[in-house]
Design a protein around this ligand. Structure first.
Ligand code: 3HC
Length: 696
């Protein structure tokens, strides 16, 4: 906040001083500004600091001091100019940037709208369509594009020329050699009113479709409209008031939590605080060219890692390489990659049918089928053929790492690198450590994760690790409901309306029942007391309905992969009930959406509590990130634990307790949840790590 006051003081002082003719605003160390201090949001929300009065920055400083100044202001932009940073730059009379500068208004991803005049200045500089696109997607533009859009006035070839060019530009404005432009008064880029209204209407329709649960993108559109219809001064007022109101919203609180939670996943006590440096990884080997292996290979070569892809036969190898090529081709088709980059990237991939070229690999990632014996043999081979420093990683999604490494003496370099399918697209990387995994191996994998642009979450070793373990009860609860009378499609609708990308049954179809049954087997083995055994999936599977790949599962699929409900499903449900001896419960046939969401997600919360209290997850915020990035839990609800805390541990405990009395131990609240509820404490309070022997 003090930064804003000093900006005002410095500007006013510069305007008073006779020896200053013009002002250049720039940033330090190659960065203009990342915007308003997001950590202050929480302090404003809990009232430990006072929010600046509405309009203090946008009207009193940027509009009335900077834009209205009698001396020219020019922004010299290098590196990032985001949010409030870009808004300061847009208040200036011109902007000069470097080619690599990134300019954007990403406030919407924090649940707010630009609050320092951005909703008014940006449409006037780049037109309404582009301004809305930049704000609604939160995506920045680079120097050259900013120049072609009119967001900056000049791009210098190198950062060394930035300040001198900006100074010259400011003096040229003073000497009337260049125009003196007040962004808020510019109108020529604004589309005529009728057209503007059409653009805004279209944007509203799209926004409602894309984010039906979110209000703030619509508020942003309203505020832009106010400026177009009633002038930028009115727009600035409306923006200031809306900004203050949105700052207090649950959506903003949740998204700010996600922002910091995402950045805190790389801070692992006892690992990242030891002063270790990541070792250089020059060569990676991947075992298995299936869906996962080829996705991982794609992610790695896209970030410049040379990769050897090993398969058991030439046929499998060629199809693995083919999959990687197809992944890259899809980028070429979307215009995200040119042919030259394609050739360069694919040249980093080499195929292998034996371990001959493994003598100098720095990390191996095993991605073969989930077969314990096979994995054990592979790891003992790896120990023979790879150098002693080589990290031995497995992409298993459920199997205990201690079992996988049982036949080796390399337990310190065995680690889990659990990617999510499709691995080159999904942002999460679950890094699994055992009691023996060395901190250096974790540091190296964290570094690879950062380079391939994944968000890593470091977790302990157990069946299902963190993500799969907490989401297993999700499908289980849904099956329990269906067995007792709730409609399959109502469950999927309720869960999708809540904000998940798809409901549990549509997800099952997508993943395929083979995987669901295999994972289920692991759970029955390891957590028998809380695994719900429905016959529905095995019955469907028996009838060759295995999900989307077979065009039939809980839904039926047309040629374009469009899913439609299938009335036939009732037949299977009836049969499943008969086999299990389960009766329809009339209460469960008419549940509200809210009740469905609670019954499906509270067991997820319960399992997340176990994962946390057993020390599998380091902190609750990691589970929030795991749920958002691994399963698509809506980020604007803050992740599974944050959402649970917004409802309260007491409430969740009482609901689960009630459900367990009617429907069994599947719902039984775990001791950590019971203990937090008894204290009335949040579930995300820090927990003392479980004793080492409790961890696998
Ligand atoms: C009124 C206005 O309209 C309101 C606003 O301006 S809201 C703010 C708008 N700005 C943003 O949303 C930008 C948010 N920041 C980012 O997107 C990214 O941090 C970035 C692109 C600036 C840099 O990314 P990257 O180089 O990967 O570094 P990253 O790890 O994210 O950030 C470095 C550190 O700066 C912190 N940080 C970055 N931007 C911050 C901000 N605006 N406020 C507070 N802290 C910030 C991060 O939390 C992180 O802290 P840590 O080292 O303690 O974990």
């Amino acid at each position: 906040m003090s930064m804003l006051y000093s900006l005002k003081d410095n500007c006013e002082q510069a305007l008073r001083r006779d020896d200053i003719k013009a002002i250049v605003i720039t940033g330090e160390r190659g960065k203009f500004s990342g915007g308003f201090d997001i950590s202050a949001f929480g302090k404003i929300q809990d009232k430990s600091i006072e929010a600046p009065r509405p309009g203090f920055v946008s009207l009193e400083i940027l509009s009335d001091v900077v834009a209205a100044a009698k001396k020219p202001f020019v922004a010299a932009v290098d590196g990032l100019a985001l949010g409030g940073g870009l808004e300061v730059a847009m208040a200036c009379h011109a902007r000069v940037s470097t080619p690599y500068a990134q300019l954007g208004l990403p406030e919407l991803q924090l649940g707010i709208i630009p609050g320092f005049g951005g909703t008014q200045a940006l449409p006037r500089l780049v037109g309404i369509t582009k301004a809305l696109e930049m704000m609604l997607t939160s995506k920045p533009v680079k120097g050259e594009e900013a120049l072609s859009l009119g967001l900056v006035d000049a791009v210098v070839a190198s950062p060394s020329e930035l300040i001198s060019t900006a100074r010259r530009w400011a003096l040229d404005i003073l000497d009337s050699k260049r125009p003196w432009i007040i962004s808020y008064h510019k109108t020529e880029k604004l589309e005529p009113l009728g057209e503007a209204r059409e653009i805004l209407k279209f944007a509203r329709v799209q926004t409602r479709k894309r984010a039906p649960n979110l209000k703030h993108p619509l508020v942003c559109i309203d505020v832009v409209e106010e400026g177009i219809v009633s002038g930028s001064r009115a727009g600035l007022w409306k923006e200031a008031e809306a900004f203050q109101a949105l700052l207090q919203s649950d959506t903003c609180k949740s998204l700010v939590h996600i922002f910091f939670a995402q950045r805190s996943t790389t801070k692992v006590p006892g690992v990242t605080d030891l002063g270790l440096k990541p070792r250089s990884i020059k060569k990676v080997a991947i075992l298995g060219g299936g869906l996962m292996g080829s996705g991982i290979a794609t992610a790695l070569i896209l970030s410049g890692y040379p990769v050897i892809l090993k398969e058991v036969s030439d046929k499998f190898l060629q199809s693995g390489i083919g999959r990687v090529k197809a992944n890259l081709q899809s980028r070429v088709k979307k215009g995200q990659m040119n042919q030259e980059k394609f050739e360069k990237t694919i040249s980093l991939l080499k195929g292998a049918l034996d371990y001959g070229s493994f003598g100098d690999v720095d990390i191996v990632i095993e991605a073969v089928i989930e077969d314990i014996n096979l994995k054990q043999n592979i790891f003992s081979d790896l120990e023979k053929f790879c150098p002693p420093h080589c990290i031995l990683a497995t992409n298993t999604s459920t199997i205990d790492l201690n079992l996988i490494g049982e036949k080796t003496k390399s337990q310190d370099r065995i680690i889990g690198a659990h990617f999510f399918s499709p691995a080159h697209v999904m942002p999460l990387l679950e890094i699994v450590r055992t009691q023996k995994t060395s901190p250096q191996a974790i540091i190296d994998l964290l570094d690879i994760g950062k380079k391939i642009k994944k968000t890593p979450v470091v977790v302990g070793n157990c069946t299902g690790f963190a993500v799969n373990r907490i989401f297993f009860p999700y499908t289980q609860a849904a099956l329990l409901l269906v067995d007792r009378g709730t409609d399959v499609y109502h469950i999927d609708r309720a869960v999708t309306n809540f904000g998940m990308p798809m409901g549990p049954f549509r997800l099952c179809d997508l993943v395929g029942f083979g995987v669901a049954i295999a994972t289920g087997g692991q759970y029955i083995l390891n957590f028998p007391e809380r695994t719900y055994k429905s016959m529905l999936i095995p019955l469907l599977q028996e009838d060759k309905r295995s999900g989307e790949a077979t065009k039939r599962g809980f839904y039926i699929y047309d040629e374009k992969r469009k899913a439609s409900p299938d009335p036939e499903i009732k037949k299977y449900i009836q049969k499943a009930r008969e086999i299990s001896g389960v009766a329809v419960d009339p209460k469960l046939t008419k549940l509200s959406d809210k009740e469905i969401v609670e019954i499906v997600f509270f067991p997820v919360v319960n399992e997340a509590c176990r994962v946390l209290s057993e020390g599998i997850a380091i902190k609750a915020a990691d589970l929030d990130i795991a749920s958002v990035m691994g399963m698509g839990f809506p980020p604007y609800r803050g992740g599974v634990m944050f959402w649970a805390d917004s409802l309260g541990s007491k409430y969740i405990y009482s609901k689960l307790d009630e459900l367990s009395k009617s429907y069994g131990d599947f719902f039984k609240p775990c001791s950590y949840l019971a203990q937090q509820a008894a204290k009335g404490a949040p579930l995300s309070s820090s927990v003392a790590p479980a004793p080492a022997k409790a961890r696998l």
